[in-house]
Design a protein around this ligand. Structure first.
Ligand SMILES: Cc1cc2nc3c(=O)[nH]c(=O)nc-3n(C[C@H](O)[C@H](O)[C@H](O)COP(=O)(O)O)c2cc1C
Length: 203
């Protein structure tokens, strides 16, 4: 039976967090097609990983935690990951996960062990950073994850981007509330649609 690796990193619970609610939509659709399948949930906010230290780095795949995390990655038929924007980049908890799982000679290098795994990243953000916007050059979430998840680990990465999530809470963004709601609605639709397609492929 297929395995989904579900990663969340938002510091907020699902009823507040946009990325968690969208990864949950993806997961629900996946589970509807694979009720007997396996879902591995890594909640990096609830159970943060330690920072990589010299011992674990030197041990590489010989380190128990790194081996376990790499095995989770390799077992996955698909991955859905929440990557909220914190200070223009990914949460440090997600960076800690990356530092553990990028293991040269196993998950990275000439033959990355999880290469080709379909990976949907929900890159939620409070503002707008799309092409042509004034803050475009401040965007280090998708640009960074394209390189690490895509180029380094060889995963087949795509992004779903609910943005302007702060509009309902910031008076100066009041004009953007409709766009914020539309972006969130589309993110849920896209997540459900991608989950259906990827679950069917994994059957
Ligand atoms: C510590 C922190 C830093 C943030 N930094 C940014 C930022 O640099 N740019 C931005 O657009 N939004 C920023 N935000 C807002 C979040 O990106 C926004 O709330 C988004 O919806 C987070 O995803 P979530 O709803 O899944 O938690 C920040 C939020 C927090 C908690």
């Amino acid at each position: 039976m297929p395995t989904l690796l579900h990663i969340d990193a938002s510091l907020w619970p699902e009823d507040v967090s946009t990325s968690r609610s969208v990864t949950a939509t993806f997961r629900r659709e996946w589970e509807a097609q694979h009720p007997g399948g396996t879902v591995i949930h890594r909640d990096l906010a609830a159970e943060p990983l330690p920072h990589l230290d010299a011992r674990a780095y030197t041990a590489g795949a010989g380190d128990l935690l790194r081996d376990a995390l790499a095995t989770e990655l390799e077992q996955a038929d698909a991955i859905v990951a929440g990557a909220p924007m914190y200070n223009y980049t990914i949460p440090s908890t997600l960076k800690a996960w990356l530092d553990h799982i990028i293991i040269l000679g196993r998950t990275a290098g000439e033959l990355p062990s999880a290469a080709g795994t379909p990976t949907v990243v929900v890159a939620s953000r409070g503002g707008g950073y799309g092409p042509g916007t004034p803050r475009e050059s401040f965007e280090f979430v998708t640009t960074y994850l394209e390189k690490t998840l895509g180029d380094t680990l060889g995963l087949d990465v795509e992004f779903i981007i609910p943005e302007l999530t702060m509009a309902p809470h910031v008076p100066a963004m009041a004009d953007l509330i409709d766009m914020s709601h539309a972006s969130r609605h589309k993110a849920h639709e896209d997540a459900a649609a991608r989950a259906k397609i990827l679950a069917a492929k994994a059957a």
